[in-house]
Design a protein around this ligand. Structure first.
Ligand SMILES: [Zn+2]
Length: 281
């Protein structure tokens, strides 16, 4: 009895005598596998070579699966053998993206007069008057800030960037930061400044403010609208219809690979679109 290296099962070959013993030591087997005779003795007689796109009892082959975007970071998820069986259920690329996925609300204490967030982006926020707490999904808030900055920069000579979104978010939350932090931000000391405010902490928590903004921008470009955080948490129907595009120099980042591997500053371009009637977004 021998093992077929293509079908990965044992079979009995009666037409040819065995050319090697199965019980060879591992080191000897390794040198045999590299020998030019290996293919002739390892294939099942009369069986076609397994196609890279064929489905097996274990599920489709890895080569037949298409890469897709992670629902947290917006980067490409490359198919792996261990995911082949349940590829359609794989939505996140890593444990990190699982723990940082959109949809978690950050809560903080606020007075009866205090708005959840200072401006129109408060759509991502809620206030619970009884408990005197406010809450927001920071990922949703970040997506809305990307859209707002891209929209506000529409038509200006120099396109706004993801860094402008960082400034917008800090500006939005500024009324909530403790006084000592507000003073230190002017000195560029915000990164080192410990800040007890949950909203500020959430904004700077892993993966950090810069990557958080870029993730939100990638999601807006590469995911279907219904998969973006702001669509579920805060319907965008009162805002101008349109979408955001990411640009680097004269290049528009359109494909999953473009968006996944872009390095350096990323510009935001607003593309106005007419909204279909009765659309939720
Ligand atoms: Zn991811």
């Amino acid at each position: 009895m021998r093992a077929c290296l293509v079908r990965q099962h044992f079979f009995t070959c009666v037409s040819r005598p065995p050319l090697f013993a199965l019980q060879r030591p591992r080191s000897a087997r390794a040198s045999w596998v590299k020998s030019p005779r290996a293919p002739q003795v390892s294939l099942c007689a009369g069986m076609p070579r397994a196609s890279s796109s064929s489905a097996t009892a274990e599920g489709p082959s890895v080569a037949s699966l298409s890469p897709k975007p992670c629902h947290t970071c917006g980067r490409v998820i490359t198919p792996r053998a261990k995911w082949a069986k349940n590829w359609s259920e794989i939505k996140l690329c890593s444990d990190g993206c699982r723990s940082q996925r959109p949809g978690r609300r950050t809560r903080w204490s606020c007075g009866p007069e205090e708005p959840p967030l200072a401006t129109a982006l408060a759509r991502s926020s809620e206030r619970n008057e009884e408990a005197e707490t406010c809450s927001t999904d920071v990922e949703c808030w970040t997506e809305l800030a990307v859209l707002a900055v891209a929209h506000d920069g529409n038509g200006v000579k120099v396109a706004p960037t993801c860094e402008d979104v960082e400034r917008r978010l800090l500006e939005e939350g500024r009324p909530h930061w403790p006084a000592e932090t507000q003073a230190s931000e002017g000195d560029g000391g915000e990164k080192d400044q410990p800040n007890g405010h949950p909203l500020y902490t959430a904004l700077h928590s892993a993966p950090g403010l810069r990557e958080r903004v870029r993730r939100a921008a990638r999601r807006l470009v590469i995911l279907a609208p219904e998969l973006c955080a702001h669509t579920a948490a805060a319907p965008f129907d009162s805002a101008p219809a349109g979408r955001v595009e990411l640009v680097q120099g004269s290049k528009t980042l359109q494909t999953l690979d473009d968006v996944s591997f872009a390095k350096g500053p990323i510009g935001l371009r607003w593309v106005a679109e007419s909204r279909p009637k009765n659309a939720s977004r």
